[in-house]
Ligand binder design. Structure first.
Ligand code: ZN
Length: 167
């Protein structure tokens, strides 16, 4: 009984939300020239939630043009580029070592493995925590990006110099 009641309440709420969205969409498009995001058909005066040209389901949402990507992209570049470098080094090293039939000295492999182990999780962390970084003040955002980038490039430089010294 409780489950059924909950289900009904939930469906009523969903129907209410859906009709709100449809009403908002209709009012928004009543006097605006807006292209369909799929086929570019002009949706002015649309009276349903589907594009009459291509049939795509349409929705109305809140967006922002102020995504504050600069600091985040700086940080992402600083951890993503070394990850790509160490990833390619791992792949190339494995191909070379397997074709030769013996492994290179550990002094060459350890910095490459440490590079992947550090920059892989760091890249995932930067991607997953992007909203937290975007929400902070510009000063904090850029301080985090600058310090993070400095540490990343120093670590990458040290690991590359150890690897080239061992090669
Ligand atoms: Zn369309």
């Amino acid at each position: 009984m409780c489950i059924r009641l909950f289900y009904n309440q939930r469906s009523m709420a969903e129907m209410h939300t859906s009709s709100d969205h449809a009403g908002l969409l209709r009012r928004f498009l009543a006097d605006r020239d807006m292209p369909c995001p799929v086929c570019r058909y002009n949706l002015r005066g649309l009276d349903s939630e589907r594009c009459p040209e291509c049939g795509a389901h349409l929705d109305i949402r809140v967006g922002s043009t102020d995504l504050r990507l600069g600091a985040w992209l700086t940080l992402l570049f600083s951890v993503g580029l070394p990850l790509g470098f160490f990833g390619i080094m791992t792949l190339a090293g494995l191909i070379i070592d397997l074709s030769r039939g013996y492994f290179s000295p550990l002094g060459l492999w350890i910095p490459i493995i440490v590079g992947c182990a550090c920059f892989g999780p760091a890249t995932v962390l930067v991607v997953r925590c992007r909203h937290a970084l975007w929400a902070t003040s510009p000063r904090r955002r850029w301080m985090a990006a600058m310090w993070g980038s400095l540490i990343a490039w120093l670590l990458a430089g040290v690991l590359i110099s150890i690897a080239t010294g061992a090669a």
